[in-house]
Design a protein around this ligand. Sequence first.
Ligand SMILES: CC(=O)N[C@H]1[C@@H](OP(=O)(O)OP(=O)(O)OC[C@H]2O[C@@H](n3ccc(=O)[nH]c3=O)[C@H](O)[C@@H]2O)O[C@H](CO)[C@@H](O)[C@@H]1O
Ligand SMILES: C=C(OP(=O)(O)O)C(=O)O
Length: 441
Amino acid sequence: MAENPDDVLHVEGGKPLAGTIKVRGAKNFVSKAMVAALLAPGKSVLKNVPEIRDVHVVSDLLRLHGVDVDVDGEKGIVTIDASHVQLADVADVDTLSGSSRIPILFSGPLVHRLGEAFIPALGGCAIGGRPIDFHLETLRKLGATVDKEHKDGIHITAPNGLHGAKIHLPYPSVGATEQTLLAAVLAEGKTELSGAATEPEIMDLVCVLQKMGAIISVDVDRTFRIEGVKELQGYTHTSLTDRIEAASWASAALATHGDIFVKGATQPEMITFLNVFRKVGGKFEVTDKGIRFWHPGGDLKPVAIETDVHPGFMTDWQQPLVVALTQANGLSIVHETVYENRFGFTKPLVEMGATIQLYRECLGSLPCRFRQRNYKHSAVIFGPTPLTGRDIDVPDLRGGFSHLIAALAASGPSDVHGISLIDRGYADFRGKLEALGADFD
Ligand SMILES: CC(=O)N[C@H]1[C@@H](OP(=O)(O)OP(=O)(O)OC[C@H]2O[C@@H](n3ccc(=O)[nH]c3=O)[C@H](O)[C@@H]2O)O[C@H](CO)[C@@H](O)[C@@H]1O
Ligand SMILES: C=C(OP(=O)(O)O)C(=O)O
């Protein structure tokens, strides 16, 4: 098939990115808050919504289920009226769902509203196997019947309704934690969820659910306690800022010797990133309106980091930062402990001149789940190495943004193919690149 010319960005690298950009709400929260609206037969209003593809995918999925959704992209306001909900045509859902992992979170709300749900084909970034066993086990524990043999896909029903249960997650999965919260808030009785994830985006979802009438508490040991209520109402909520997008632009500032003020960026959700940014030699200044990130000149310093669940260093921060680490003076180590296959994006970086070696061993303070499982999940980066522009194919969302940063930092031209994948999580990145003085077309 012929390539769509809009899907290729021609970049002339070697120019520092400098200027101001605005980052809106978090991709990994907004989509879940939109699903939460399904739980109440009324109107919900979500503000600070970014214009990203995932928002449109979830809007369309809601519409397929008979829900009214109005997206005001300019103002960043999504209004959802879930007074009417119906079962969608599975084939229609399948054509949409393959680009996002959100459809699995429709399960609990649809079972509450309609008594049944189908889990369609799921998308999301190809950075590991991404199984859904915890999700299915959670739904089963809450009383759902999971039929994997149904002709239309995985069919979830709850002949006796959903009821509270004691659930323990073998790993603090973000999605499975959200699955449990969305299913347990209207289940009869109490649910205890231990071993849960507590990412800021999850806590903002808890805020939304609490506004809707849910009773949810969280203990210091990452245990959620949910007391089921009989009904919920719509909400009005302003999303927290996208800390992944903010960190991605911060890494772009470092890699290109630039100076970027990220309006809307907030410190509390970024403390771990900011510590690493400072150790690498980047400068930042937190203000009431956002955070300014810049390269102060001189050498960047190498670091050793391990990705982890919150409050650890986010896996989604890792890929853009690796590009900046190719410019640090010495050996940096990144131990990826969340996904088994998140270093595929380093191959094009090596072809551009970076020195990056991947290892199957756990190069970190503790062995992780991927120890002795044959996954190259540790990276050693030796720098500084000059990067030279080339043709690059975008592999996934963050990997794609990293390639874009590499092209901007490199000397000479690059053609970045498959660029529309980046629209999944980076709102108007072309407009932002323009505002930062990047040379591209
Ligand atoms: C839309 C969204 O919010 N995506 C984020 C979410 O993804 P997502 O919610 O898919 O990520 P999870 O936290 O669930 O996955 C973490 C790990 O748990 C494993 N796992 C997960 C579920 C399951 O049933 N079985 C299982 O083994 C996964 O394979 C992975 O190794 O959290 C990730 C970790 O912060 C982020 O990188 C993603 O950006
Ligand atoms: C992995 C990511 O997203 P998703 O879970 O939607 O694939 C991401 O945002 O980096």
